[in-house]
Design a protein around this ligand. Sequence first.
Ligand SMILES: O=C([O-])CC(=O)C(=O)O
Ligand SMILES: [Mg+2]
Length: 624
Amino acid sequence: MTPSSSSRSGDRNGSVVMETPLKELKKDSPVADVDDNAISAGGPQDVYGEDRATEDHFVTPWSVSVARFKLGASLCRFHSFKWGGYTLLRDPHFNKGLAFTEDERDAHYLRGLLPPSVIPQETQVKKMIQHVRQYQVPLQKYMAMMDLQERNERLFYKLLIDHVEELLPVVYTPTVGEACQKYGSIFMRPQGLYISLKEKGKIREVLRNWPEQNIQVIVVTDGERILGLGDLGCQGMGIPVGKLSLYTALGGVRPSACLPITIDVGTNNEKLLNDELYIGLKQRRATGQEYAELMHEFMTAVKQTYGEKVLIQFEDFANHNAFDLLEKYRSTHLVFNDDIQGTASVVLAGLVAALKLVGGNLSDHRFLFLGAGEAGTGIAELIALETSKQTNAPLEEVRKNIWLVDSKGLIVSSRKDSLQHFKKPWAHEHEPVKNLVDAVNQIKPTVLIGTSGQGRTFTKEVIEAMASINKRPIILSLSNPTSQSECTAEEAYKWSQGRAIFASGSPFPPVEYEGKMFVPGQANNAYIFPGFGLGLIMSGTIRVHDDLLLAASEALAAQVSQENFDKGLIFPPFTNIRKISAHIAANVAAKAYELGLATRLPQPKDLVKFAESCMYTPAYRSYR
Ligand SMILES: O=C([O-])CC(=O)C(=O)O
Ligand SMILES: [Mg+2]
């Protein structure tokens, strides 16, 4: 993701070498370009058709980082001669720090620029994890990680992969939320593309300013609903950056194929508008036609620039725009809304797994949501779709088992005329109910799901009501970050006398209650989107279909082991996430082939193996 000159190579005199044997290898590789995916890590011969182990050295490409700025050839040569090693150390894509070998130090003008010790990557990882751990404040840990990403990309990913459980809450939810709130003051270097109203009419040119051309995934936000924190305008950039680092660490999509984008149409956040350090446009949000035109220009420019197989993930848009954009572009672009579809897929997986603990089928359960926005209605619809497939009952019929409460109370048919379109399918026959406790007591759900963006709304009374109705109430507090979670893990276990099956969007530590340890699961779309995206990319899928979300869900649920169930877990731990992602990718790709949506032919025989072979690994490459 860090801008770099990865797609080019250069010789040591600085002349640009555009055609290397590696380029040839790239053609067959749908996800991991060979340039990025350490050849020394070895690729399977059946995928690439050749033994890549013979290509275990790279022509060093550092000198081209000067060429990137389109300087003349002679200047370029001069620079690389004089500054080659220095430039190499400052390019995060190629830098290895003290891991440069003696030969590399000789060959690449690094002598004297580094202290004499040569340290392997494993030792660097040990050093860096100690460095991150020394900070007590999560935002400081976040900044240390961002600093590393900007200095040494492969070390950043190695560290993140090797310590994924510990570092996920640092580079992602919940800390990324605080980082977005304070982005103006911690902002150091741009990590993605900013497209504001000022760029209207010029978006294709803006895309061309990004140094990578072979983009496969874009995560885009307009910052209007960052997690449950509301409108953070341009400072929402932390979210696409964080999501894409997970695409690489968890899903193995190479960093240079990932592009974070923030669309800036202003903000309605008064605090930011009055903040001298605010990095975005200081105006109120453009809406209506002005907004739609900018988004349309963006969507068109992306397809023209990167082709129709680039995946565009919409992230943290406000409800109205999220639903409208997905509806408008789902038949013309490869689009995926993580908050509507990714969250739905992960929650369905958790529920399917939870059935092993509580018994029954989906159709035997009754669901009540607090929150009827993107996540709430998205999850509700996917549950209905799966139930309808399992029972052969019409969708309208199975929806009747699913109830939603919004800020005005239970969604019932008498409110239908005043409801937004995405809430209408959930307006069932019932008398009005004003609050959540009454709704729980009257609807008698077996599953309670919080998607409200409002913290501490699952009160003691609510949880006790759930526990009085159910032997093992399923309680999911999905709102992020931690401050917005509908209840804490401790509250869920304590108020249900240890009977709740609990998972949350943001991580909670294990809880001890009456001498027993309870380990809460994390029902976060981070389980789904990296593997889901990998599956789409590696199969050349051109459209997202709901059945692909069901396939992802099914694959995730299948990864929950007996050992996990014994601990009351309905999600597998993140430690195995790359293996899980490969299974999700394979199942998604298999379904895409079945539906005729996959364009990469012929279909690989073993899709799990193929997914694994496509995944980026951050081991250092050797430079000759
Ligand atoms: O980012 C996360 O942790 C999950 C998510 O998409 C959201 O809360 O909007
Ligand atoms: Mg989100």
